[in-house]
Design a protein. Structure first.
Length: 756
């Protein structure tokens, strides 16, 4: 995909941001907590680090709480973690080289690690080990010492010889000495004035070593062997391993994670036993008399095979989401790059995720399945709530549409049937997205279809024959296609690989022989520099909002005008006194319209914009820098119009934002004012009034009945800055909000308490 480049500047030195708050109570995560990377004991509470967050499991009560970018952290893609139970301080390292310092007082963001001059390698934090108030941080260039009290870096040792840098895989501190395992051996150095000079480091044992830890003793490993280091001597333990994933040293034991089996030893190397939970693990540690394992796919597990984790999808990989049947969710996990053709997650085969309103379900059908799954869409059958269809978009055997049956008793899906869509080879007739018409007939869009695999197509599900009937848009040379949207008796479909947009008319008949197509192109106002259309949504005035890879176009009164060779128009806004086209040269990935007719628009590489109904005003903009969004590329947005909750889907996971606009009608909903009371010392923003009518006349008076503010709200909510009609902040007191809808047939009132 073409990215919108955002200049963040080059970090010339370490930057620390204290009290940076990019989360709020409005945000929540729907992350997967299955892949546990590190497990730490905190006196009866287990702290577990996963890909996108930390969770805490209290042994005595069974309580599980979580910490993520939605409620305190500053990044996703955790790569390293350690925690000191004495000081209650933890340190999180991320793949992008930043860190979070977790203390009982809050979270401090360390923007970047110190980088050696001339080092151009990965900034990924490989490992963190805390000893007292110091941590040794392992990265691609060597090690750095971090002071947890001061929250700043001290000395760094750059492992460079002849201009070639060597990574520290892991490191630990014991008795004021740093031990680091590298691909060429176990390296050590005292924490003294020559620590930064790599030539002064000693090689204690040559070899390719990957893991190390220490407390009363030091233990380290290669992929197949483990060693105990004591007084300059490295003694191997008796066990030979298949593939060591981690080494953890506690005060009286050593725990070695070898794929799916966990081995424990006394600190002198005496074998103490082994356990397994029948699946691969990243790490393990001993808590009391019991071993707890960090699995790759099942969260935290005790040695008696009981799992503990926050509920969430099986993986974080996500592409599209569907909301249906009051709080149920379906998430497809596929991905497309390179002009919407290449699968991102081939090796993972993630399948799809289902939230049944109470818990997340993952089908056993995908576990261990050797079929190449690239699921771009999944949809429930409204006429049979136990049946689901998903599209497997790939160019290998197994592509097509699949029917699955959900069994609520077993909480699992059963495979029913695969439909090959008349494809003569796996390259052809690749299904993309689904939509139902107003008679619950299912249609699917197909890419690379037709006799030459260069035509978009559609597949109609014939319930009578339990088969899909195929219709090609003959003569239109556009191999790619996007998810289709049903509106006003037609299917509106973006085409991402040619500068066209396709409208499919089924004539509302069961036969596909009378179906017709209308094509919009550059002659209709699609931008001339565009290579394709990507998204479409319809607002309350029936205007089509079409996103292309170089901007946005609007077709007013779309259903009535589509057959009249219409002209699409851009939105022109005033920027610094100059007229400018909104989102010009930006790839518009997704457009969603909320209950108040405002628009949510995701820009590839540019985050999400929340626009006024006309699109001429930016109400909010969310990016990964100012919000819990995991990335600035949001592949899907959905708004629950009953609650106003907004779902943001990315390849790195899903987050939600509690919007202020639910389903807006001509009458009032449940009017709510927040925050209330407004205490200036605690809150300095605007007061929100939600639950309003489509058009609301607002008057705000003081206790004596004097009007201090008046306005007209047209979006289902209103924000008051607490200023009076002269632009000055109102005095402390009680204020009354008097509201009527457009024709005064409905009214509402509210009170606001102001404390300056």
């Amino acid at each position: 995909m073409k990215k919108l480049l955002i200049s963040l500047g080059i970090l010339a030195s370490l930057q620390i941001v204290s009290a940076q708050n990019i989360s709020s109570k409005k945000w929540a995560d729907l992350f997967s907590y299955n892949n546990v990377l590190a497990v730490k004991d905190d006196h009866g509470k287990i702290v577990a680090a996963t890909e996108n967050g930390i969770f805490f499991y209290t042994l005595a009560t069974g309580e599980i709480t979580k910490l993520s970018k939605a409620n305190g952290l500053h990044e996703v893609k955790i790569s390293a973690f350690d925690y000191n139970p004495q000081t209650k301080i933890g340190l999180i390292g991320y793949q992008n080289g930043s860190l979070d310092v977790i203390t009982p007082q809050g979270v401090t963001y360390v923007v970047d690690i110190p980088i050696a001059t001339g080092y151009n390698g990965s900034k990924r934090i490989n490992h963190i080990s805390i000893t007292g108030d110091r941590a040794v941080v392992s990265v691609g260039y060597g090690v750095s010492i971090f002071d947890l009290k001061k929250k700043e870096f001290g000395d760094s040792a750059f492992f460079v010889t002849g201009g070639v840098y060597q990574a520290s895989n892991e490191a630990t501190i014991k008795d004021n000495k740093v031990f680091s395992v590298t691909s060429t051996g176990l390296k050590t150095h005292e924490l003294n004035t020559t620590f930064p000079v790599f030539s002064t480091w000693a090689t204690e044992l040559a070899g390719n070593f990957t893991h190390i830890d220490s407390e009363n003793t030091v233990a380290f490993s290669s992929s197949t062997a483990a060693y105990i280091y004591n007084n300059g001597v490295s003694t191997p333990v008796s066990q030979t391993f298949g593939n060591v994933n981690d080494v953890v040293v506690n005060s009286d034991n050593i725990v070695i994670t070898d794929a799916a089996r966990i081995y424990s030893y006394n600190t002198n190397g005496t074998f103490a036993g082994s356990v397994t939970v029948g699946e691969a693990c990243n790490t393990a540690t001993k808590v009391g008399s019991k071993i707890y394992l960090g699995t790759i796919l099942s969260g935290l597990k005790s040695e008696d095979n009981i799992a503990y984790k926050p509920d969430g999808p099986y993986f974080n990989y996500s592409y599209k989401i569907r909301l249906f049947n009051d709080n149920q969710l379906l998430v497809s996990s596929g991905g497309r790059e390179a002009r919407f053709n290449t699968n991102l997650f081939n090796s993972k085969n993630p399948g799809f995720y289902y939230y049944n309103g109470m818990e997340w379900i993952y089908s056993s059908y995908f576990v261990g399945n050797t079929t190449n799954f690239n699921i771009l869409d999944v949809i429930a059958d409204p006429t049979n709530t136990s049946e689901f269809f998903f599209s497997n978009y790939n160019n290998s055997s197994g592509h097509g549409i699949y029917k699955m049956k959900y069994n609520g008793g077993s909480k699992d899906f059963e495979f029913v049937k695969r439909y090959e869509l008349e494809a003569t080879n796996p390259y052809m007739n690749r299904p993309v997205g689904f939509a139902y018409d107003d008679q619950n007939n299912l249609f699917a869009s197909m890419a690379f279809s037709g006799s030459n695999a260069a035509t978009p197509g559609f597949a109609y599900y014939d319930r009578a024959t339990d088969n899909f009937l195929v219709k090609y848009a003959t003569g239109l040379g556009s191999p790619g296609i996007q998810q289709l949207v049903y509106h006003e008796n037609k299917f509106w479909t973006p085409l991402p690989r040619t500068n066209n947009f396709l409208v499919y008319d089924t004539k509302k008949t069961q036969s596909i022989t009378d179906d017709t197509f209308t094509v919009l192109g550059e002659n209709n106002g699609l931008p001339g520099s565009s290579v394709g259309s990507l998204s479409v949504a319809f607002d309350k005035s029936n205007s089509a909002w079409i996103g292309t890879d170089v901007g946005l176009r609007i077709l007013p009164n779309a259903a009535a005008e589509i057959d009249n060779s219409p002209t699409l128009e851009p939105i022109v806004i005033e920027q610094n006194g100059l007229a400018e086209e909104l989102f010009r040269d930006s790839q518009v990935l997704q457009i969603e319209v909320d209950g108040g007719d405002q628009k949510w628009v995701s820009i590839d590489g540019g985050g999400v914009y929340y626009l006024s109904a006309s699109g001429e005003q930016v109400i909010k903009r969310f990016t990964k820098e100012n919000s819990p969004l995991p990335t600035n590329t949001v592949t899907d947005i959905k708004v629950d119009k009953k609650t106003g909750k907004v779902y943001f889907v990315t390849y790195d996971g899903i987050v939600t934002y509690q919007g202020d606009v639910a389903d807006v009608t001509s009458n009032f909903g449940n009017v709510l004012v927040y925050p209330n009371p407004v205490v200036y010392a605690q809150f300095k923003g605007k007061v929100t009034i939600k639950g309003l009518a489509e058009k609301t006349n607002i008057r705000i008076t003081d206790a004596a009945g004097n009007i201090v503010h008046s306005a007209i709200a047209r979006s289902g909510y209103y924000e008051w800055d607490l200023n009076n009609q002269k632009g000055k902040r109102v005095a402390s007191g009680i204020y009354f909000v008097l509201m009527t809808n457009e024709d005064a047939s409905d009214k509402a009132t509210a009170k606001i308490a102001v404390v300056n």
